[in-house]
Structures are given as structure tokens and as C-alpha cells.
Design a protein around this ligand. Structure first.
Ligand SMILES: Cc1cc2nc3c(=O)[nH]c(=O)nc-3n(C[C@H](O)[C@H](O)[C@H](O)COP(=O)(O)OP(=O)(O)OC[C@H]3O[C@@H](n4cnc5c(N)ncnc54)[C@H](O)[C@@H]3O)c2cc1C
Length: 492
């Protein structure tokens, strides 16, 4: 008889693990707190517009290829490469800088600011490439049996990268470039890790290599939610059962293993192995009541910024926006320094805008665009009162309208705002943190909450706050690492 796996959560991590395990012959059952699958990779439709709720692009597209290939199915998704990768507006400049993978073209974009950008960036990226490939399999894409094993793995990384552990990404950029704008733009990737470039170690310059040289950025034809939809189709073919609006709130343990998980209605779920796609740190505290993960201790950990998101359906076509555009001010250092820990909404917020109707016209009625605006904010440890959400949204929309020369407020056909409270309550994101645990050197590898439970031999974890970390392709890797452990320890 086939073994049974029970998965808590249908985020990308949960769905990808379900696909891998069901392909290995496991019978899989899942529960999901939200009313539909996808977790942060979700979608909603309103007034003729379709909005992707969270992710709008990804790097390392080959991780999706690997997922489908390892499950013996053709990749049902069609990816669009983003070109330019993105655009960046500074408040003091009317036109944006366009960021291309084509380095001579990129150098031309900055020729008035930074002479010889092409050789400089090639040198910078060469070093970043070295870090990426020297850590990819040795450190990132593997399970650790102990902290010692992790230490030994770290020691196998060539010593020439060591100085980059000791200096910040910003000081690394200072060593290579002179133009402030160039440094700011290449440092934006630090925010994906939940930190600022001033406190992110320079080793993470490898992210510049992934965007500018390695695989670039991609989105999905038909919208990002196609990823969730196609995974759901494959799971349906494998008779995977999913219970929506169902939240796991309790556990029973017997002889060192989970015997059942219990939902809010008192229903019991039994299985041979259990996998939590809920936040790997918060779940240990809130459901398993582990002393190492009390609220006080969770609060002391480093978390990524909270999302403040606005979804706008706009009448008219917006030519000054690209698929993927950043809007920055003129006080980058000061803004980055304060944004994490303030309790007040910024007067001049920095934000990111995605217009998926540019590459997926079906997402908006004819002659219209759908806008997704993401403004990173302090999490609910620092700012608890979000009664100013609509006001904050107005500030951002007015600023955006001014900068692109279009009256957005007058042309708004539909508008929805999500603040960190909605993000927390919809998907159990700890204190509304958007990307989960941050990736400082004390919270990666064997120092991150493990994908195998410390005490319960049939409980595993997958997703952004366990190994290797956050972001769509990384969560796909997480599903591979969790599945490898389960198959090794429990067989097929
Ligand atoms: C606004 C935003 C924008 C982003 N943009 C990008 C991007 O452009 N590119 C990129 O690569 N990444 C992006 N990310 C990050 C990316 O979305 C995440 O890293 C990834 O989706 C996490 O997947 P996951 O499976 O770990 O978790 P989740 O998507 O959070 O899924 C976990 C699921 O478990 C459910 N759950 C939790 N607890 C329980 C419980 N007790 N019982 C039942 N169900 C439960 C939740 O409801 C949720 O559906 C973005 C994130 C946000 C918030």
C-alpha cells in the first residue's frame, strides 16, 4: 500500500512537494487556510481586471524545468524573459534608467554617469559569478545533517570569497563603481533578502549575477497564477485532495511522532509523514509551542519587510511604465536606514510597480492596464496601526501619477489595498513579513530553521522560512530538499 503524506498549506512550496511526492507514489492530502491555493503566489479578479496578488517575476527559471522533469511531466508553463529587466526612476530625473542584460547597452544607459561601466561591471559580475557557482551545490542546494556538516561545507568554499563575508554589499559596490545611481540600482536586490545593502554581506552580490548575467528575470504567459493553476491540474490527475478554508491549529504526538494534526473544526488528519508549508519558525512556536520559538524569541529574529500592496485597474494605456519599474527618491541611505523600524508611514515612499497587462493583455479590459504597486514597509512588530492605509495608498498613487504624467486617481476603475495585517491574516505570515525570515549569515544554511523537525521524526518543513530561503525558485529548491529527506528517511 502507498504511504500517505499530509501537507499543511498550498503555497508554491506545498504544491511542489505534493507533486514530487505524488510522483514517487505517495498518496497526498492537503489543507489550506485561505479559500484558494497558491499562498503568496495568488490571484484575484475584480471589475474585469485580473491581479496577481504577490510575485510578479522570478530568476533561475530552470528550477521550474527541474521540478517538472523530475516528475516526468512536460513543463506546462510558458515563460517570457523580461527585457529590459526593469526600469528605475529617481525623483530628480524625468526619464528612467533601463536595466539590460546586454552589458554594452547597459553601459550606454549610464555613459554620462560612469565611464567604462562595461569593463567595471564585467569584473564585478565575474567575482559574483564565482561566488554563485562555488556555493550553489556546496552550500545552497543541499541538506545538512548537523551544524558541523554545515561548517565543513563552508570550509570547502574557496578562501578568496572570504573578504566578502566581512564587508557590506554597499562597500563592495563602492569598490567597483563611482556613480551613486549605479550603486543604488545594483543594491536593490538586497531588499529581496529583507535587509538593506548597508547590512547585507557582499557575498549576496551573487544576486546581481543571477539577474544581469546568468538567467535574468522571467514572468509567465497568462499571469503568474498560471504556476499555481498548472500545479493544481497535475495534482488533480494524481488524486491529491485539498481542503480549503481549513486551518491546522493543533497537534497530537505519540511515541516521538505526529499522530494527527487537528483543524479549527476539530477534524483529525492522519498520515505517515507530515509536511508544514506554514512559516517554519512561526509554526514551531504557535502550533508546536517550542520554547525556542516563543513570540518573544521570534520577535528577536530578523524578518523581511512587510508588503503594502495596491491593485489598480486603470482606464488608458501607460507608456511610461515598463513591466517592472522602481520609483526611488533622493535620500536612499537615510530611507534604507529608517524604513525597517519606523512606526510611521513614509511621506515619500519608495515603491515598485508591475503592469502585467503589458505582457498579458487578458489581465485588463481593452484600453486599460492593471497596476500592482508594492511598497516595502516595517512589519507589525514596529508599525501596528494601519488605519492610515487608504491615505498612504493615495500618497503613493498621487506620487506615481505625477511621475508618469497621468491622472491615475481620475482614471481608476477599481482599487484594492492590502496592508501587512491582511497579508498576515490571509497566509499566517509572521507579523506580516512578506518574504519570511531574513537571510543574514546567522539565518542561512544549518542556522535557518531546518526542513526536518528537531523532535518529531515524521514532520518536515518546506517553504520560504526553511532552507534554502525565500523567492519562487528557491522555494522550488526547498521542495526538492524536503522531498529528498522524506524519501531517504521514509522510503517510497
Ligand atoms: C508582495 C510579495 C511580492 C513578492 N514578489 C516576489 C517576486 O516577484 N518573485 C519571487 O521570486 N518571490 C516573490 N515573493 C516571495 C514569494 O512569494 C515567496 O517566497 C513564496 O511564494 C513563498 O512560498 P511558500 O510556499 O513558502 O509560502 P506561502 O506562499 O506563504 O504558502 C504557505 C501556505 O500555507 C498556508 N498556511 C499557513 N499556515 C497554515 C495552517 N496552520 N493551516 C493551513 N494552511 C496554512 C497559507 O495560507 C499559505 O497558503 C513575493 C512575496 C510577496 C508577499
Amino acid at each position: 500500500m502507498s504511504k500517505k503524506a499530509f501537507i499543511i498549506g498550498t503555497g508554491l512550496g506545498g504544491l511542489a512537494t505534493a507533486l514530487r511526492l505524488s510522483s514517487e507514489g505517495y498518496q497526498v492530502e492537503m489543507v489550506e487556510k485561505y479559500h484558494q491555493a497558491g499562498g503568496r503566489l495568488n490571484q484575484f479578479k475584480q471589475d474585469g481586471f485580473t491581479f496577481d496578488l504577490g510575485p510578479s517575476f522570478f530568476s533561475m527559471s530552470y528550477e521550474f524545468e527541474e521540478l517538472f522533469k523530475s516528475c516526468n511531466v512536460n513543463n506546462p508553463l510558458k515563460f517570457n524573459e523580461l527585457n529590459p529587466l526593469y526600469a528605475v526612476y529617481f525623483s530628480y530625473r524625468k526619464s528612467p534608467y533601463l536595466i539590460y542584460k546586454d552589458l554594452p547597452r547597459l553601459a550606454k544607459e549610464f555613459e554620462k554617469l560612469e565611464s567604462d561601466l562595461e569593463p567595471k561591471i564585467r569584473k564585478y559580475l565575474d567575482q559574483a559569478k564565482g561566488i554563485f557557482h562555488d556555493t550553489e551545490y556546496r552550500i545552497v542546494k543541499r541538506n545538512y545533517s548537523s551544524k558541523l556538516a554545515y561548517l565543513l561545507a563552508l570550509m570547502s568554499v574557496p578562501l578568496r570569497h572570504a573578504p566578502k563575508l566581512g564587508r557590506s554589499m554597499w562597500s563592495e559596490l563602492n569598490r567597483h563603481f563611482t556613480a551613486h545611481e549605479v550603486k543604488v540600482i545594483f543594491s536593490l536586490v538586497a531588499f529581496f533578502l529583507g535587509a538593506t545593502p548597508f547590512d547585507t554581506p557582499a557575498v549576496y552580490s551573487l544576486l546581481n549575477y543571477t539577474e544581469l548575467e546568468h538567467d535574468g528575470y522571467w514572468n509567465v504567459q497568462g499571469g503568474m497564477y498560471k504556476i499555481t493553476e498548472e500545479l493544481l491540474k497535475l495534482l488533480a490527475e494524481r488524486q491529491v485532495k485539498i481542503h480549503y478554508n481549513t486551518e491546522i491549529q493543533d497537534i497530537e504526538v505519540k511515541d516521538g511522532v505526529v499522530s494527527v494534526f487537528i483543524d479549527q473544526y476539530g477534524n483529525h488528519y492522519k498520515a505517515d509523514v507530515f509536511i508544514s508549508n506554514s512559516d517554519a519558525a512561526a509554526f514551531r512556536g504557535q502550533i508546536l509551542k517550542r520554547p525556542k520559538y516563543t513570540e518573544q524569541k521570534l520577535d528577536k529574529m530578523e524578518w523581511t519587510l512587510s508588503p503594502f500592496t495596491i491593485y489598480l485597474g486603470i482606464k488608458g494605456k501607460l507608456d511610461n511604465l515598463y513591466h517592472h519599474t522602481y520609483f526611488l527618491g533622493d535620500n536612499f541611505e537615510d530611507y534604507a536606514d529608517k524604513i525597517f523600524k519606523t512606526s510611521v508611514s513614509p511621506q515619500k515612499p519608495y515603491y515598485y510597480v508591475n503592469v502585467s497587462s503589458k505582457s498579458n493583455p487578458d489581465a485588463a479590459p481593452e484600453g486599460c492596464e492593471n497596476l500592482f504597486i508594492l511598497c516595502p514597509m516595517p512589519d507589525l512588530r514596529y508599525k501596528t496601526d494601519w488605519s492610515d492605509s487608504e491615505q498612504l495608498a493615495d500618497t503613493i498613487i498621487d506620487d506615481l501619477g505625477k511621475r508618469i504624467g497621468y491622472n491615475l486617481r481620475k482614471n481608476t476603475l477599481t482599487r484594492t489595498v492590502w496592508n501587512p495585517i491582511q497579508w498576515r491574516d490571509s497566509f499566517n505570515l509572521y507579523k506580516g513579513s512578506g518574504l519570511g525570515l531574513a537571510h543574514g549569515l546567522n539565518q542561512v544554511g544549518a542556522l535557518r530553521p531546518s526542513n526536518r523537525d528537531e523532535d518529531l521524526k515524521n514532520l518536515y518543513y518546506v517553504g520560504a522560512s526553511t532552507v534554502p530561503g525565500t523567492g519562487l525558485p528557491i522555494v522550488v529548491i526547498s521542495s526538492r530538499l524536503a522531498t529528498e529527506r522524506i524519501l531517504k528517511e521514509h522510503g517510497k
